[in-house]
Write a protein of this length. Structure first.
Length: 310
């Protein structure tokens, strides 16, 4: 059976860390090593580690972000396989058993993730693995979707060959990591079950949308020099998507930068947008399409728009 290290990043999550650790320890099969990176928290993690769970803390006295923390864990890991996790999230009781069973003969195992807010299910399948049809399309899937941290388990050697996470990215480091990982064309398996769970909290780092999207654009700028030319169109569409998201939260200047980046990478097809938007963007530019869409939403109530759209 493959030996597995769990790497948990922690920053003042307190009792949520206890829930996380207990979830990994609750099944018949258990990880052989648990490493916790404490990112200069004031609420130290040691008090929230159950006595029966052998976990080791790696502490930084300076807040350095999760990318740096995961790289330190990756350097310390003693096992063949590794899984990273945020301390406020958890896994199902059968997670370890199913992951280690699937690990034979591959380099990467992906599972679906369920998300919660205030105890209610937000999405039963956040990653969208059901849309994943062809093994040859792993890189395109990683670009167009978001393979979250708790979705993946992989060989330590694979991640080390990649030089781990890009520490220059304060946010969106997990998206960038999995795009680069997919570019190595690893042998992989998909478990379509939602074996991992994430808690969407207002104080979560991922809720800082402008920061997350800006770092996503920074990652695209770096990836355009690293990925094959045939993936430039995919990066263009991701930049266009990020620009639309930035525009809708009022970050017009950042959105304009994203639109320009998308254009420089090649004409985006805007597959997630409606036909009228696609026509406007291709004829007048994406910013014009966003302004017209904004005006349309302001002038017509949502119920009327839904009636027109069928």
């Amino acid at each position: 059976m493959p030996q597995l290290t769990i790497g948990i990043t922690y920053f003042n999550e307190g009792e949520l860390l206890t829930r996380c650790l207990k979830s990994f320890w609750s099944g018949k099969v258990k990880p052989s090593e648990i490493l916790i990176y404490d990112d200069a928290s004031t609420l130290r993690p040691e008090a929230f580690i159950p006595s029966e769970i052998p976990a080791r803390v790696i502490r930084s006295e300076v807040n350095q972000g999760p990318a740096r923390g995961r790289n330190l864990i990756l350097k310390e890991a003693k096992d063949e396989w590794i899984h990273f996790h945020d301390s406020d999230d958890w896994v199902s009781e059968t997670w370890c058993e199913k992951i280690t069973a699937a690990a034979s003969g591959c380099d990467l195992v992906l599972t679906e993730v369920v998300s919660y807010r205030d105890g209610q299910v937000l999405s039963p399948a956040v990653v969208g693995l059901k849309e994943f049809f062809s093994p040859e399309e792993l890189l395109r899937f990683a670009i167009h979707h978001f393979i979250l941290v708790p979705a993946g388990t992989f060989k330590v050697e694979l991640a080390r060959n990649l030089r781990g996470y890009r520490e220059s990215l304060w946010q969106s480091e997990d998206w960038d990591f999995y795009v680069r990982l997919a570019s190595l064309r690893p042998a992989f398996k998909v478990i379509p079950e939602s074996l991992s769970a994430i808690e969407v909290r207002n104080e979560s780092r991922s809720q800082k949308k402008a920061e997350t999207l800006t770092c996503l654009l920074q990652a695209i700028l770096l990836l355009q020099e690293e990925l094959p030319p045939e993936n430039r169109a995919d990066l263009s569409e991701k930049a266009a998507w990020a620009g639309s998201q930035l525009f809708q939260i009022g970050e017009k200047s950042l959105a304009r930068d994203a639109f320009q980046l998308a254009q420089s990478l090649g004409p985006a097809r805007y597959p997630e947008q409606k036909m009228v938007y696609r026509w406007l963007a291709s004829r007048y530019g994406q910013e014009a399409a966003e302004w017209i869409s904004l005006t349309y939403r302001k002038l017509l109530p949502k119920k009327i728009r839904e009636k027109f759209s069928g």
